[in-house]
Every structure is written in C-alpha cells, then in structure tokens.
Design a binder for this molecule. Structure first.
Ligand code: ADP
Ligand code: MG
Length: 413
C-alpha cells in the first residue's frame, strides 16, 4: 500500500517508485513524516476518517490490540522463512495464535494469521497503518480480508489478518512453479466476481469508500479461491453531498490508475472501476498491466489490447493461451466487452461495480461461459494458434523485475 493525504496534485512524481518483485509488488510512498495529518475514518454509523481521532479509530475497530512481543512470539521472531509477501509497507509473516484467547501459539497449532510489519526504512508509516485499522476494523464482508488485530507500540506498527491460504492473485497469474498452476477460466471468473463484490460493497457503503489500489497483489485468495481485498492503506472516503469527486494526491500503482485520476487527482468510485478493468484484462490475457519485457507496442496492456477487445472476432487474440480454450465464445466476448467498458476513457461511461457484479454473475451462471464442446476449442486454437496468442517473454523467476507495475508516488502539487 501507499498513501498520501495532502491536497490536489497534478503530476506523477516517479521518484519513489519501486518495481514489483516476481511474487509481490513493492510499493513506496512518501515518507510518513511528510504526510499531513488529516483524513481518517469509518464506522457502521459514520465512515469519516477525517473527523476521528486516532483514539476513536482504535476504539471503534473491534479488533485486538497486540503487544509487539505477542506478535514477535506468534511469528517466531519474524522468521525470514515465514515471509508470505512484501509490499511498500513492509513484510508479511506467517504466525499462529490461540483461536480463543488470541495469545501466541506454537507453530502449527491454533489459528494461522498473517502479520504485516512496518518497515521503518520504508516510505510508509502510521497513516497507512491507521487507514487499514480504520477501514478493516469496521467494514466486514466475505470479500474483504478480516483484520484480527494491530500493534501500536513505540515505533512498531503491525497488523494481524486472517491467513489466506492461496496468497495473492498476482502470484497465481504471473508466477511459475509447482505451487502455481495456471488458473482455469472458471476460477478466474470466480475470482473476478468475488473481487467485484468486494468493491461493490465498498462503493455501496453508507459513505462510499474508494479503494484506490485495486491490483492483483492486493487480491488474496482463500483455500476455495474466494477473493478477498486486502491492503486498505490507500482507501479513502468517497465524495459526499453534491460533490462529484474527492481531490487527492495521486497515489496507487502505475498501470492500474484511471487516466483522469492521474491527470487531475480527482478521485471517484469510477477510478476503482477502471482499475478493475485492468485486473480483468490481466486475468483474461495472462499479461501484466505493464510489462517492459514484451515487444515494444505491447508494454501497456490496456493500450495494446483495446483494439482487440473492441472486436468480437478478434478478442481471442488477447486471451491467455494457458486457458486452452476453456471458455465459450459467448462467455469470453461478454467478459472482454465488460473489461472494455470498465476501461472507458470517460469515467461516466464506466459501469458501476453493481453492474459489473451482475454481468459477471450472468457469465458465471450461464453454462455458456465454459466451452461446451471440443469443436469450439478446436476452432479457437486453429483460428488463433495456441502458442501464438501470447508472445514469449522472459521468465519472471529470478529475472529482472524492471518494467512491471509500480506504485505511483506522490504527485507534485
Ligand atoms: N492475509 C494474508 N494471507 C496470506 N498472504 C498475505 C496476507 N496479507 C498479505 N499477504 C501477502 O503479502 C503481500 C503484501 O501484502 P499487502 O497487504 O498488500 O502489503 P503492502 O501494504 O505492503 O502492499 C500480498 O501481496 C500477499 O502476497
Ligand atoms: Mg499491497
């Protein structure tokens, strides 16, 4: 996650960007000491972070306050071999606690948790931590990760979440290895629907919440591939009253952020819809939003794929060869057309997340979504050539990480 709470800014300052690792994106934002204090947050009655003090936020969040020693114990002193992932905030470690008392437990017993620990040398800090406590402490939905507790002690800032067994969608889409078999069409559609429901829930909250950093590394998967949004460090209250947008510094991740948000800092729920379109496209194509390892002209997934998405006959050219034609023509076309709508340059032409959910529900419920017969599969592979659909690229493992989506940093005022 990354965050910046000061007023409007107009240009992206790339100075803080950090490329993602093969498995997890690293994100950096401004040094916390430079962040203005001001925004904050949510309860069932009122979600306003702006008017809540830190004490109120912590009190409203119905979660455990851990001591540093407890979380140190639960993670066996933050063992490096139990790192689950890493982002701009810091590393995430696997740990164990007693299900009833929430006291640290022996490895392998009790309940598994994921503990995110602030990297004091990073560029994030208290504000991002507080935003997560604020939102996840009060918002509950099957498609949002559960926050179990936090630690606020001296300079330590930690968050303890339910452990999501299958890790991030990013790993499943882009990492190779025995743990990461290509996701089937059916699973991709299930994940897309789950993540869409999570966003729809946020946008439909009493005071809508804009997630602002929707990307594959922030979508976690449980053992049944149910998608859960995590990482609320950038989340922000949506506009209220007559306001059409909230003005912010541009924060998020290159490749996912909506063009009008990048250009103006004006944030609306439709900015999340754009990012959803990018992720849907990544799921359809098996390509990263930004990938400089691909031939020039194909670096930017949205730019490259738009002409194909717009043509019902050509969309198969962008579909992931690893799907091996598991989809039906109708299901693939409907999903590609949905992605295209989400990616509309004009924000008002993008669907709401509720509308996205209903289209994805239709795609899932129609038997048509999956390939019906071998003849259809043969048609796809003959027409477009399985291997030819996606150009060869360098292996991600151990390879250069340059060129993949990176965080937007701050934007100069
Ligand atoms: N609850 C969890 N269960 C399993 N893995 C997790 C969990 N939370 C985070 N991770 C892993 O850690 C990575 C970074 O977590 P994230 O919350 O996005 O951190 P940051 O705020 O630093 O970006 C994720 O992409 C995922 O791989
Ligand atoms: Mg993250």
């Amino acid at each position: 996650m990354g965050i910046c709470w000061s007023p409007n800014s107009k240009a992206v300052n790339p100075a803080f960007s950090v490329p993602s690792s093969g498995s997890n994106s690293k994100t950096r934002s401004k040094d916390v000491s430079r962040l203005s204090r001001g925004s904050s947050y949510v309860s069932s009655a009122s979600f306003s972070l702006t008017h809540r003090s830190e004490g109120e936020i912590l009190q409203l969040a119905n979660v455990k306050s851990f001591t540093f020693t407890e979380l140190k114990c639960a993670t066996r002193n933050f063992r490096p071999d139990s790192v689950l992932g890493e982002g701009g905030f810091g590393s995430v470690f696997k740990g164990w606690i007693d299900e009833q008392t929430l006291a640290p437990a022996k490895a392998g017993s009790g309940m598994v948790i994921a503990v995110k620990r602030l990297n004091p040398e990073g560029f994030q800090g208290h504000r991002e931590w507080l935003a997560e406590v604020n939102y996840l402490g009060q918002l509950h939905h099957p498609n949002l990760v559960k926050l179990i507790g936090y630690c606020l002690e001296d300079d330590h800032r930690l968050l303890a979440y339910e452990f999501l067994q299958r890790g991030s969608l990013e790993n499943h889409l882009f990492r190779r290895g025995s743990c990461f078999q290509p996701l089937s069409w059916k699973l991709r559609m299930k994940i897309a629907l789950g993540a869409a429901r999570g966003l729809a829930f946020l946008h439909g909250a009493e005071i809508s919440v804009i997630y602002r950093d929707f990307k594959t590394s922030n979508i976690l998967l449980d053992s049944n591939y149910n998608a859960k949004l995590s990482d609320f460090g950038l989340a922000k209250n949506g506009p209220t009253g007559d306001k059409s947008h909230v003005s912010t510094r541009v924060m998020g991740t290159y490749g996912y952020a909506a063009p009008e948000y990048l250009a103006t800092g004006h944030l609306t729920a439709r900015s999340d819809v754009y990012s959803f379109g990018v992720v849907l496209l990544e799921m359809l194509s098996g390509r990263r939003a930004l990938d400089k390892n691909l031939p020039s002209g194909e670096h930017n997934l949205v730019e490259w794929s738009k002409p194909y998405l717009a043509s019902k006959r050509k969309i198969f050219r962008i579909l992931d060869s690893k799907l091996e034609g598991q989809y039906s023509l109708a299901g693939a076309q409907k999903t590609a057309s949905l992605a295209l709508q989400c990616l509309s340059a004009e924000a008002r032409l993008r669907p709401t997340m509720d509308a996205v959910v209903s289209v994805l529900e239709q795609v899932q419920s129609t038997k048509d979504s999956e390939r019906k017969n071998q003849a259809e599969k043969t048609l796809h592979t003959q027409s477009f050539g399985r291997g030819a659909q996606v150009p060869q690229r360098k292996s991600m493992e151990g390879g250069s990480l340059k060129g993949y989506p990176r965080p937007l940093d701050s934007i100069a005022a």
